[in-house]
Design a protein around this ligand. Structure first.
Ligand SMILES: [Zn+2]
Length: 90
């Protein structure tokens, strides 16, 4: 008995569905890799709302710095939802 399997192509696309995960920002210490909690970015572009989220993430830097006096380098880490979109069969 011989079995045949189909292979399907998928494309990687930005997740824009209503149930997609929200985009987030977080601050990460480049010295010890510790990160702040992720802050969800609002989907709707309310004026100043993204800046509020970024400031909230940056507040963690001050707390981290107080406990780690020699950690001076940080990075802003952003996440964006993506999904696989099924395409044609090969
Ligand atoms: Zn650190």
């Amino acid at each position: 008995m011989r079995e045949m399997y189909g292979v399907r192509r998928f494309a990687v696309a930005a997740g824009s569905e209503p149930d997609a995960e929200p985009p987030t920002v977080a601050m990460q210490c480049a010295v010890c890799e510790e990160s702040s909690p992720a802050v969800e970015l609002p989907r709707q572009h309310a004026p100043g709302s993204r800046e509020v989220a970024r400031r909230s993430a940056a507040g963690w830097v001050r707390q981290h710095r107080e406990a780690n006096r020699e950690h001076f380098t940080y990075r802003l880490v952003k996440t964006h939802p993506y999904r696989l979109v099924p395409g044609g069969w090969m």
